[in-house]
Design a protein around this ligand. Structure first.
Ligand code: FE
Length: 214
């Protein structure tokens, strides 16, 4: 493990990251760009574009068992079938399947390795020391903090990502979704469900709350 192969785990931050920050600060200071606009762009890639691609992969796997088998066996050619390019940062993607017996949790203990092509940019908490350390030492506690209470009989498998190995969890399809279309299924799949810090809910939590208030 002397050479984990991470390109981005240098702490303090690498030269390029510092240069980007310096340039960003300067552009904001000079009024060339708006910090809020930059935040909106990052949010777009973190929460919208990126994870929506992974959600398409998950929905296809739920409706097509043969695709699911190909995906679990060799993820890169399988996602290529959906027109999703693998690189950069996705050359060695592996998809691990959640089942009633096994729940998978993705982490990068050294830094922030993450399957960009299917999930976009990693969330801030994914890069935090607290998550990186506790996902390994106390995965059940971490899941509880994310609101996921697993049956004690469910085995939790923690997958440590690196530059050479990127993981995505294939969440379980929730009950009651038999009649939903593939697009409707994809809309249920959250980024965190593909990291393993959430399970896919049906109806989605927001809808469930709205009904609870009726
Ligand atoms: Fe890493």
């Amino acid at each position: 493990m002397s050479d984990h192969g991470h390109r981005d785990h240098n702490e303090p931050e690498s030269g390029p990251a510092l240069r980007v920050k310096a340039i960003e600060s300067l552009l904001v200071e000079k009024g060339v760009v708006d910090a809020a606009a930059l935040d909106a762009i990052v949010d777009h890639y973190e929460n919208k574009v990126g994870p929506r691609i992974g959600a398409r992969v998950v929905a296809r796997a739920w409706v097509d068992p043969k695709f699911r088998r190909r995906l679990l066996k060799n993820a890169i050619p399988a996602i290529a079938e959906l027109g999703i390019p693998s690189g950069p940062e996705g050359e060695y993607l592996t998809v691990v399947e959640n089942t009633p017996e096994v729940h998978n949790l993705i982490v990068c203990t050294l830094c922030s390795c993450y399957p960009w092509p299917v999930l976009g940019l990693p969330p801030v908490w994914y890069k935090s020391f607290a998550y990186r350390s506790r996902a390994v030492s106390d995965p059940r506690g971490v899941l509880r903090e994310f609101g996921v209470e697993l049956d004690p009989r469910v085995e939790i498998r923690v997958w440590d990502s690196s530059a050479e190995l990127r993981y995505m969890a294939l969440p379980m399809r929730p009950a009651g979704t038999e009649k939903l279309s593939e697009d409707e299924l994809a809309a249920l799949v959250t980024r965190d469900a593909m990291i393993g810090t959430a399970v896919v809910k049906y109806p989605p939590a927001a809808v469930a709350r709205a009904h609870a208030q009726d």
